[in-house]
Structures are given as structure tokens and as C-alpha cells.
Design a protein around this ligand. Structure first.
Ligand code: HAM
Length: 418
């Protein structure tokens, strides 16, 4: 039997992992001066955390979760997103007692049983950042400026920031009634799921991917017309911060996002380069979630970026140069091989990337391997060289060779390699 990875679950291979590391390192570097700290919640949680947090009517909870009972029959779920877990940890460890405003980020895998396609996987990875304990709008602007800063550090172009406000639950009462009336006139055009959603949770019709439903939604009433005074002011003020900091955005009143916990600010950063899976970042405010999950009444806002999608854009944008060893040391003969083993490891301990063969090989085979490895320089030391007290250092680009004394070899090599 031949094993292969499961559909929608992919190996991230060397060559690709370098771009992942660059992205993650950039995120950590950009988040730090904003005061974000890393949190690492587990990947497995009680199913109810997500069904309550994200909402029963959402595609994620209704269709996409990897859920199973544990040996005691408790419902377990591989997390489909990180926000509910971060909020659970904030409540469980009473992080709000240390300081009600907590800025937390987490990087890791998520699981959703969606139909795999370009830019969409069943195991995918996100960089999440959440600000808990502040009602905004300054924190909303801060978070958006931070994520835009990260994307610009990565040199990504052609991204658009789409912005909306979903108001508060009070604003939505009237909006839902109006939306409901509008959808009732269009029932025949809606898919069967949306006919049900039109009754139970009409905002979810905005997420539907069926063409006919998208058409119905394109003429639907706008939530922005229904914002009350406070929500209108909150949204206006966020826009002013963004305008002042020269962050361009597009107002999109159809941006409701696929999770039930959002209120007020929602946003998405989209690209035109990834086909239909065009969102590289999605986020928004979720002022009710901490309370819904059993914590104090603390507002919050956050976002998640899809690592696979960002990596794809980064790889399109630049020639990939994979890293290669600084030095290859070719030992020839039993005595020399033992010496080489020590030298190689001492150089490695000082941070220099050095390669060597494991099984004994002739010089020709070792030079071939050194060439394949991409090593910049090769040091050749046979038993004869050992005796003579000098090795031969070959520059693999210029092909020049010179003798190097074996006395003080480590210092000499450090200098040669820079
Ligand atoms: P989301 O929009 O479901 O939001 O996901 C955020 C990002 O994760 C998407 O914009 C996309 O880049 C990536 N993503 C989602 N699903 C997949 C998939 N199947 N394959 C590849 N990439 C994917 C959330 O998850 C919210 N928790 C974001 C948030 C944090 N809101 C507040 N705080």
C-alpha cells in the first residue's frame, strides 16, 4: 500500500518553508512594537465552543467542522478558526484581570472540510491577531494599520481593503426586517439553503456562493443605512483615522463575513491574483463574543491572514533563492574523516552551515555532491594533506584553489567564509 497525504491536506516542502518562515518572522517583527504577545491555544477544543461562538447557521459550523466524539462521548472539534479559542483562553485564565486590554497573536493550522481548490485547503494556516478589551474605533484603526503595514513589508501589491460596519444588534433588528422583506420578494431566485437562511439568519444570504443568490444580494438594502448614531459615529471615526494615515479603503456594504460573531467594523483584504479565493485577510469586531462564551462583557476586534494564500503571492512576486551551505568539507582516508567530523561540527556550532558526506566516498563523488548541494566553497583534506599540515580550499564559483594551513583552521575558515 502506498501512502499519500489526504485530499486538502498538503505537505509544505523545503523550498516553500523558507517563504513561510519569512512571512512568520515578518509578522512577529511587525506585531512586536504594537505590543502584541504570542498565545498558543490547542488545536482540539470542545465542539460547543465553535458552535456557540461562530454560529449554528454559518457554513463553518453547519458543514465544515472536523468533529468527533471522544471516548466519553464529548463532542471534539479540530479548530476551524482561532478567535473562539483565544477568547476561551482570555476567559479561562482571566487575562482581563492582568490588563483588560490584551493584544494577542497566534500562528497555526486550522481545519475546515471545504471543497479543495486553488487557495483553499482543508488544513490551512492562519496568522491571527486580536485586541481584546477595547471598544474602538482607535483600536480598529490601529489593527488595520498594523496589518496593512505587514502586507507592505512583504512587498505585496494590488491588494484592496474592503470595509463595512454591521452595526450593533439593535441596528440590525430593523435591517433584518427590511432584508427579510426584500428576500421574501426574491424567494424563487434563491437556493434552498438561502430560502431557509432568509427566515432564520438573513445576513448569511450575503455569504452564499450560488450565482443566482449573489445577484439577489447585489441589489439588497445596505446595512449602512440602518446604523444608529453611535455605530455611525464609530464607523466614521475609524474612516477618519484611516484617511489621516493614508490607508486607502473601499466601502463594501455587502461584506458581512461568514461568522455570526461580528458587529460594527468588518474588513477584508482582497487580491485579484488568486481567482475566487481572493481574501488574504479577514477580520472585524466581535464585541459580544467574550460574554457569549461565559466571560465578562469585553469588546474585541481581530483578523486572520491565510498563510497559504500570502505565500503564493510572495512566491509569484520574487525569484526563489533557496539557501545553500557555506562550506563543504571533503575528507579522504580514515584519519582525515575523523578530523573532518570534529572540524565540521565546531564550525556548525559557531553558526556556519557546513556539509559533508556520511558514507566514505572518493574525491570525485564528494565534489559532485558538493556541487549538487550548492556549497560556495569546498575544503579538501586527505590523509596526505593532514600530514603536510594544509588543506585545499576551492571556490566553487571562480574555481580558484588555494592552500590553507590546518593550524588555526577554524579561525581561517571563519574569515574565508565571512
Ligand atoms: P476567515 O475569513 O474565515 O476569518 O478566515 C481568514 C482568512 O483565512 C481568509 O481570509 C483566508 O485567507 C484564510 N482561509 C480561510 N479558509 C481557508 C481555506 N479553507 N484555505 C486556505 N485559506 C483559508 C476567520 O477565521 C476569523 N477568525 C478572523 C478573525 C479573527 N476575526 C476576528 N478575529
Amino acid at each position: 500500500m502506498e501512502f499519500a497525504s489526504i485530499k486538502g491536506f498538503k505537505d509544505i516542502l523545503p523550498g516553500e518553508t523558507e517563504t513561510w518562515q519569512r512571512l512568520e518572522a515578518a509578522a512577529r517583527r511587525v506585531f512586536r512594537p504594537y505590543g502584541f504577545k504570542e498565545i498558543k491555544p490547542p488545536i482540539l477544543e470542545r465542539t460547543e465552543l465553535f458552535s456557540r461562538g461562530i454560529g449554528l447557521d454559518t457554513d463553518i459550523v453547519a458543514k465544515e467542522m472536523y468533529s468527533f466524539p471522544d471516548s466519553k462521548g464529548n463532542g471534539m472539534t479540530l479548530r476551524p478558526e482561532a478567535t473562539a479559542s483565544v477568547v476561551r483562553a482570555y476567559i479561562q485564565h482571566k487575562l482581563y484581570k492582568l490588563d483588560p486590554v490584551q493584544k494577542l497573536y497566534t500562528i497555526g493550522p486550522m481545519f475546515r472540510h471545504e471543497r479543495p481548490q486553488k487557495g483553499r485547503f482543508r488544513q490551512f494556516h492562519q496568522i491571527n491577531a486580536e485586541i481584546l478589551g477595547d471598544p474602538g474605533p482607535k483600536s480598529d484603526a490601529d489593527l488595520i494599520v498594523m496589518v496593512m503595514g505587514l502586507l507592505s513589508t512583504l512587498g505585496l501589491k494590488g491588494l484592496s481593503l474592503q470595509l463595512n460596519s454591521l452595526g450593533c444588534p439593535q441596528c440590525r433588528v430593523q435591517f433584518k426586517k427590511t432584508l427579510n422583506r426584500y428576500l421574501a420578494q426574491k424567494t424563487d431566485a434563491l437556493c434552498s439553503d438561502c430560502r431557509r437562511r432568509a427566515e432564520t439568519n438573513p445576513l448569511r444570504v450575503f455569504d452564499c456562493k450560488v450565482e443566482a443568490c449573489k445577484e439577489v444580494v447585489s441589489e439588497a438594502p445596505s446595512i449602512l443605512e440602518f446604523l444608529d448614531e453611535d455605530c455611525r459615529h464609530h464607523f466614521r471615526s475609524l474612516q477618519e483615522y484611516l484617511e489621516d494615515y493614508k490607508v486607502p479603503f473601499i466601502l463594501n456594504h455587502r461584506l458581512v463575513r461568514g461568522l455570526d460573531y461580528y458587529n460594527r467594523t468588518t474588513f477584508e483584504i482582497q487580491t485579484e491574483r488568486l481567482g475566487s479565493q481572493n481574501a488574504v485577510t479577514g477580520g472585524g469586531r466581535y464585541d459580544g463574543l467574550v460574554k457569549i462564551l461565559g466571560g465578562p462583557d469585553q469588546p474585541a476586534i481581530g483578523f486572520a491572514m491565510g498563510i497559504e494564500r500570502l505565500v503564493e503571492l510572495m512566491e509569484e512576486d520574487q525569484e526563489q533563492e533557496s539557501e545553500t551551505p557555506d562550506l563543504f568539507v571533503a575528507g579522504l582516508g580514515a584519519k582525515s574523516e575523523r578530523k573532518v567530523f570534529n572540524w565540521v561540527n565546531e564550525l556548525r556550532q559557531s553558526g556556519i552551515w557546513v556539509d559533508m558526506v556520511y558514507a566514505p566516498k572518493g574525491l570525485k563523488a564528494q565534489m559532485k555532491q558538493a556541487d549538487r548541494s550548492g556549497a560556495k566553497k569546498v575544503l579538501i583534506i586527505g590523509d596526505n594533506e593532514l600530514e603536510a599540515g594544509k588543506g585545499v580550499l576551492r571556490d566553487m564559483t571562480t574555481k580558484e584553489q588555494k592552500d590553507v594551513p590546518l593550524d588555526n583552521l577554524l579561525e581561517t575558515l571563519k574569515k574565508e567564509i565571512g
